[in-house]
Design a binder for this molecule. Structure first.
Ligand SMILES: NC(=O)c1ccc[n+]([C@@H]2O[C@H](COP(=O)([O-])OP(=O)(O)OC[C@H]3O[C@@H](n4cnc5c(N)ncnc54)[C@H](OP(=O)(O)O)[C@@H]3O)[C@@H](O)[C@H]2O)c1
Length: 342
């Protein structure tokens, strides 16, 4: 059966693909599915169907987003409409309260059941910190059970991630919210090395060193908050945060292309070599984002100007993962080039 695409959609065969070290191709743009407390699961499931109809094949899901069962219904309809499973790229993520050796496989099985799939294309350890905090809690809240990164423990979790590949439940495994010193140890000790690292990447937070490190090590970077997450929960905003879509360089390029500045952020991301996973429930927005991957590239001058727009402004700081008093969120990101001591 021919795969159906809306008339104004984009042929998925034309969308850039990222070659992973396994030889598999991953669609070079995905749809984010985190509703940021603002959008319901039903709205997001509707967006998944709409996005598939305009040509998206990659969907970035997670158990903690609380909407995998609704997305599973949407994916079933997408496949019923003629999209083949092997043409879809579905990611899910292991939440922080499921790092225990006995918890990893059941957590993945639950996501598979909710998503109504036999296998995931990619399963990520969502954060390297194994602590529970209630969804929606304030950034000032601290869990008494919070724990630092302990490499031996992460590797116990990782072994179970490797088992998922061996069991055929998962095609690729990856990390998220990592740092260079943590990844260095994982690369040293993993039997199956991470195929991707999902990390915050947008023009105001380009992480050049980390970006280069993952590419140099054969790990594909997936960029979250590619637009600077303008709709992120208020609890995740701080007064020093900058706004990518108001950046004069981005606004100027958007004017030239006659698109929203958000589209420039997505276009830049794909052209730079990361896989952005922009979120939107609005058809004109997610279609515009997808189209940007197949139109005339940004000029070298524009790419240089955008490289110069970096503000080193991390938006998802992870404050709730702090595990002891008198720490700042920077400690979570190993600012001294070594894992912050426990
Ligand atoms: N691994 C992790 O730890 C992690 C962390 C955070 C996020 N993620 C993933 O990354 C995804 C994306 O991040 P995000 O949702 O925080 O932020 P984002 O994609 O940077 O921003 C999403 C917002 O940008 C606006 N937007 C999108 N396309 C637009 C367009 N063409 N024109 C105008 N505005 C546009 C929308 O705002 P309006 O609704 O106002 O139009 C939308 O709500 C998430 O959904 C999730 O899947 C992963």
């Amino acid at each position: 059966m021919k795969q159906p695409i809306d008339k104004d959609g984009v042929d998925p065969a034309k969308v850039p693909q990222r070659l992973l070290y396994t030889g598999a191709g991953m669609p070079g743009i995905g749809l984010g599915t985190f509703g940021s407390d603002r959008f319901s699961g039903a709205q997001i499931a509707e967006a998944v169907k709409g996005a598939a109809a305009v040509g998206y094949r990659h969907f970035d899901c997670a158990a903690v987003y609380g909407n995998e069962a609704l997305i599973g219904e949407a994916l079933r309809e997408v496949m019923k409409a003629g999209v083949h499973r092997e043409d879809l790229w579905i990611t899910s993520k292991l939440w922080n309260d499921k790092h225990g050796e006995e918890d990893v496989i059941p957590a993945c099985e639950k996501s598979l059941k909710d998503l109504q799939l036999d296998y995931l294309d990619l399963y990520l350890v969502h954060w390297p910190f194994p602590n529970f905090h209630a969804p929606g809690c304030d950034v000032t809240s601290r869990s008494p059970d919070a724990r630092p990164y302990v490499h031996e423990n992460y590797m116990k979790t990782w072994r179970q991630m490797e088992n998922l590949v061996e069991m055929g439940l998962v095609r690729h495994i990856g990390a998220s919210n990592m740092t260079i010193p943590k990844l260095r140890l994982v690369l040293r000790d993993a039997k199956i090395k991470p195929a991707v690292n999902e990390m915050e990447l947008h023009p105001h937070f380009q992480q050049p060193e980390m970006f280069k490190y993952v590419l140099d090590n054969g790990i594909a970077p997936i960029g979250f908050c590619p637009i600077g997450s303008p709709t992120r929960p208020d609890r995740d905003k701080t007064p020093d945060d900058t706004v990518d879509i108001e950046d004069p360089v981005i606004v100027l390029i958007a004017k030239r292309l006659n698109v929203h500045p958000a589209v420039v952020c997505v276009k830049w991301a794909v052209q730079r070599g990361q896989t952005p996973i922009p979120f939107s429930v609005y058809r004109n927005e997610y279609l515009g984002n997808l189209r940007s991957t197949v139109t005339e590239p940004l000029t070298d001058r524009e790419m240089r100007a955008l490289a110069g727009s970096d503000r080193n402004c991390r938006l998802i700081k992870g404050q709730v993962f702090l595990w002891k008093e008198n720490q700042t969120w920077e400690d979570l990101w190993d600012p001294n080039g070594e894992i912050t001591p426990a």
